[in-house]
Design a protein around this ligand. Structure first.
Ligand code: ADP
Ligand code: MG
Length: 569
C-alpha cells in the first residue's frame, strides 16, 4: 500500500515548529533567572552563526574558518548605523549587517572557488586572523566614545531582547529551511557531493559555491549584529580567529546542517565554558574539548546529528527497486544522426585512451558502445560531455559543433550519467530528480517517471535508497530534463540480473516515451542485444566494428576480442 501524502500538513509543519519555538522562547524569557536569560541570548547568537556554518560546511561541503569575521562585519555595520543614527532602527541595521556580510562572503568565496580542503581552511583562517588584528587597530564605531547600541523599542530590556533574539533565530531557521528545500539547497548538496555531477546537470559549480558562502556569511553577519545589541558595545575579543575555529569544530561535530543540531551545538557553546567556570577549570580547556570532539567528527566517526538520526533509521532497510509490469510500446524508427563524433583522440601520457574514434547516435535510436575494461568507453563519455577538453576531433549536436564547458554542453541538451555514484545522499529522491531536470516538472510527471523505472517514491531520502536504485534515480532525473541525447555509462551495473533485464526493457521505450536519443555503455551482452539497434565496439581505444547489431555481433574481429564470452553470442 502506498502512503498517501498530505501536502498541506507537510507545508505547514515548519511553521508549526516555528510557532512552538517562539512559544518556548517566550516561556523562557519570562521564567528563566536573569543570568540565564543573558546566556540564552549568547546561545541564540551562536545558533545563528552555526546555522550559517551548517550551510557552507554541512550542506555545500566547504571549509570556512572565518565565520566570526563575517559576524564582525555585521557588528561593525550595526555599530556604524547606531553612531550615524540610520533611520529604521535596529531591525533595519541588523538586515544591513547581514547584507554587508553576504557581500563579504562573496568576496571571500571568489578566490575560494579555486581552493579546496586544507588550502581553503588555511586561507579562511588566515583571513580571520588578519581581520582580528585589524579590528583591534581600528575598533568598532562608537567604541571609543562608549556609545551604546540602541535596541528595538519593544525589546529594550534583557528579557524581551532574548525573545527578540529567538524571533530572529526562528526567521533565520525558516529561511535556511526553505532555501535548502529549494533549488539553491539542491545545488549545495550536489556540489558538496560531486562537482562533476553538478556540472553534468548544467548547474554552475561557481554560483553554487558562491550562494552558499553568501548565505552563510549573511547569517554570520546577523549573529554579530545581534551580539552587539546584547552587550551594547562590540569588542574585537568576541570575534577572534580561535573562536571561529572552535565554532567550526562545533558545527562539524554537532552536524549543524540540521537546524535542530545547530541549536544543540549552540547550547554546548554556552554550556561547556559555563560548566568549566563552575568547576574552577580554566576556560581554555573548552577549546581542547571542542578540538577532541571535532577530530572525532572529522576522522569519519560521524557527527552527533547524523548519529541520532541513524539510530532512528537503523531498523529500516534501504529501499531498492519495485518493478511492476509495463505494457510494450512500439519503438520509433531511428532518424537522422543527432550526435556525431569524428576522429576523436585522447592520450594520457603514453596511454592512447582513444584514437580516431567515430560514432553516430541517430534520432530516437539507442546506440550501444561495448568493449572490454579499459577500452576507453568512459573516456569517450568524458570527452563528449566536455570533461576532457584536451581531446582532439569534433563533436556535433544537431549539426552544430558542441564545445565548451560541461555546464554549457548540458544546457545545449547533452546529458550524461557517471559510472561512479554521484547522487548526493542528503536529498530526497524527488528533490534530486527535480533539480537534475532543471525545468518545471509536475508531481505527476516525476511520480510517473520514477514508477516506470521502479524507483522508490519521491519523498524517500536518497540515503535510504540502495546503490543500484540510486543510479536509476539519476537516469530518471536526466530523462526528465528532456535532453536531445543522454549518455549512460553502465547505468545498471549495481543491479542483480533480473532487474538488469527489466531495466533493459524500460530503456528500450525511452526514446518513444521521453523523446530522447541514447548512447548506452554496457558490458552485459544480453542487455545490449535486447536494447540496442546499432553497436560500436571499442578495443584499446579503437573502433573495432560499428553498425547494425546483428552484423557487429557476427563480426569475426569482435568474436575474437570477446573470446571468453563467445558462448554468450
Ligand atoms: P572503460 O570505461 O572502457 O573501462 P576508461 O575510459 O575508463 O575505460 O579507460 C581507458 C584507458 O584510459 C585505460 O587504460 C585507463 O587506465 C586510462 N585512463 C582513463 N582515465 C585516465 C586518467 N585520468 N589518467 C590516466 N589514464 C586514464
Ligand atoms: Mg568505464
Amino acid at each position: 500500500m502506498r502512503l498517501t501524502e498530505n501536502p498541506l500538513a507537510r507545508a505547514s509543519l515548519p511553521f508549526a515548529v516555528a510557532a512552538a519555538a517562539i512559544g518556548v522562547g517566550y516561556a523562557l524569557s519570562v521564567g528563566l533567572a536573569g543570568y540565564f536569560v543573558y546566556l540564552g541570548v549568547t546561545a541564540v547568537v551562536a545558533a545563528i552563526a552555526l546555522l550559517g556554518l551548517g550551510v557552507v560546511t554541512g550542506t555545500a561541503g566547504m571549509i570556512s574558518l572565518c565565520q566570526l569575521t563575517f559576524a564582525a562585519v555585521g557588528a561593525f555595520v550595526v555599530s556604524a548605523c547606531n553612531v550615524a543614527g540610520v533611520p529604521g532602527g535596529f531591525v533595519v541595521w541588523l538586515l544591513l549587517g547581514g547584507l554587508a556580510a553576504a557581500v563579504a562572503g562573496v568576496l571571500v568565496g571568489l578566490p575560494a572557488l579555486r581552493l579546496r580542503g586544507i588550502t581553503l581552511a588555511v586561507v579562511t583562517l588566515g583571513l580571520a586572523a588578519a581581520a582580528d588584528l585589524t579590528l583591534v587597530q581600528i575598533q568598532f564605531p562608537g567604541a571609543t566614545e562608549g556609545l551604546s547600541i540602541e535596541r528595538p523599542d519593544a525589546f529594550s530590556d534583557d528579557r524581551s531582547y532574548f525573545l527578540f533574539a529567538v524571533l530572529v533565530l526562528v526567521a533565520c531557521g525558516l529561511v535556511v529551511h526553505f532555501l535548502r528545500r529549494g533549488r539553491w539547497g539542491s545545488r549545495w548538496h550536489l556540489v558538496a557531493f560531486s562537482e562533476r555531477g553538478t556540472a553534468a546537470v548544467g548547474a554552475g559549480v561557481r554560483t553554487s559555491k558562491l550562494t552558499a558562502f553568501a548565505v552563510s556569511a549573511a547569517l554570520g553577519g546577523v549573529s554579530g549584529g545581534l551580539l552587539t545589541g546584547q552587550v551594547g558595545l562590540a569588542f574585537p575579543a568576541s570575534f577572534t580567529a580561535i573562536q571561529s575555529l572552535a565554532l567550526y569544530v562545533l558545527a562539524i561535530m554537532s552536524g549543524a546542517h540540521l537546524i535542530d543540531m545547530a541549536v544543540f551545538g549552540a547550547l554546548l557553546w554556552v554550556a561547556v565554558p559555563e560548566l568549566l567556570k563552575r568547576w574552577g577549570v580554566p576556560q581554555d580547556w573548552g577549546f581542547v574539548i571542542f578540538g577532541v570532539l571535532g577530530i572525532q567528527a572529522l576522522a569519519g566517526r560521524g557527527n552527533l546529528g547524523t548519529a541520532v538520526r541513524n539510530l532512528w533509521y537503523r531498523s529500516r532497510k534501504p529501499t531498492g527497486l519495485g518493478l511492476t509490469d509495463i505494457p510494450e510500446v512500439e519503438p520509433l524508427p531511428p532518424g537522422d544522426p543527432v550526435l556525431e563524433v569524428r576522429g576523436l583522440s585522447v592520450h594520457f601520457g603514453h596511454v592512447r585512451a582513444l584514437s580516431e574514434v567515430d560514432i553516430s547516435v541517430p534520432e530516437h535510436g539507442i546506440l550501444g558502445v561495448i568493449g572490454p575494461n579499459g577500452a576507453g568507453k568512459s573516456t569517450l563519455v568524458d570527452v563528449i560531455s566536455g570533461f576532457l577538453p584536451r581531446a582532439t576531433g569534433t563533436v556535433t549536436l544537431d549539426g552544430r559543433p558542441l564545445t565548451g564547458s560541461p555546464t554549457r554542453r548540458a544546457r545545449r541538451g547533452l546529458r550524461r550519467t557517471f559510472q561512479q555514484d554521484r547522487v548526493p545522499p542528503g536529498l530526497t529522491v524527488g528533490a534530486y530528480v527535480r533539480f537534475v531536470a532543471r525545468r518545471r516538472v509536475t508531481g505527476r510527471e516525476v511520480a510517473d517517471a520514477l514508477e516506470f523505472f521502479g524507483c522508490p517514491p519521491a519523498r524517500t531520502p536518497l540515503s535510504r535508497v540502495d546503490a543500484g536504485a540510486r543510479r536509476l534515480v539519476e537516469v530518471v532525473g536526466h530523462l526528465l530534463a528532456r535532453p536531445r541525447v543522454l549518455l549512460l555509462d553502465e547505468p545498471a551495473a549495481g543491479l542483480p540480473h533480473e532487474e538488469h533485464v527489466a531495466f533493459g526493457r524500460r530503456l528500450r521505450q525511452v526514446p518513444a516515451r521521453f523523446g530522447v536519443s541514447v548512447l548506452l555503455i554496457e558490458h552485459d551482452l544480453d542487455l545490449v542485444r535486447s536494447v540496442c539497434d546499432r553497436l560500436t565496439v571499442l578495443d584499446f581505444g579503437e573502433v573495432l566494428a560499428s553498425g547494425p547489431q546483428a552484423d557487429v555481433l557476427a563480426d569475426p574481429a569482435v568474436l575474437k576480442a570477446y573470446m571468453g564470452e563467445t558462448e554468450l553470442l
